[in-house]
Ligand binder design. Sequence first.
Ligand code: SAM
Length: 283
Amino acid sequence: MLWFTEQHTPNVRFSIKVDRQIFSEQSEFQRIDVFDSQEFGRVLTLDGYLMLTEKDEFIYHEMIVHVPMCVHPKAKRVLVIGGGDGGTVRELVKYSSIEQIDLVEIDERVVEVSKLFLQQTAQALEDPRVTCYYEDGLKFIRRVESAYDLIIVDSTDPFGPGEGLFTKEFYGNCFKALHEDGIMVNQHESPFYKDDAYAMQRAHKRICHSFPISRVYQVHIPTYPSGHWLFGLASKKYHPVKDVNWQAWKDLRIRCRYYNCQLHAGSFALPNYVEELLRDVED
Ligand code: SAM
């Protein structure tokens, strides 16, 4: 009997029974593993940390894409930093209004392995609007000025290759890279376990310094530590709930299994303890 186990805290472990390991390789940047499991289908891990499973990745990828795409009235040029599995791009290509998707993924092997073993998320990477750049997002963003309507930071956690994507420098450069009504959404860790909450507070404090509107929304992801996960939405102009033309998004008739407009609005209503964690780091 084989189990994949991830340490969520020194005292908490999360295990998934595994039928077989399909792939394992040490790339230039990280250890890449793919497993097959009864409960969650295929599982992608990087450096032993669970990135996505076929069964629940729709939750993460729908919420990281459709919330900002409902808020921004006409996003045409989108930058995805990280996201090498392709799930975020798969949701983006559902919008015919989007003309350009640039994906900046540091590890080309993640894209190649996803195309081989995770067709469910990687299928849209062949879309003609998608251009892949295999480099560090922290460096890529330095040379970009007022070029995108939406930046989605679909990163690993703030250690290892992903560490630079949680810095003040990075967020400041994302602000510079966005048009005057641009939006940045980021994978924003979790409020529940101490270390995750600390990482969340640190990211929020830095984003608040760069953007006039910095909000956080929540989602339930069964395979992430505690299941209580957050996204950040930083905006130069539009408020993510007050300034939304809900009917315009509904008229697009985009089919989702998780996202809907009521859930979008509700996801910005946070528990008191999460509001306190955020307020503690806001000037
Ligand atoms: N989308 C998945 C999910 O459901 O959470 C997981 C995120 S995706 C696999 C994270 C990606 O960020 C990885 O492929 C990793 O290689 C990439 N990454 C980490 N640090 C990066 C950096 N500095 N620049 C660009 N990509 C980076």
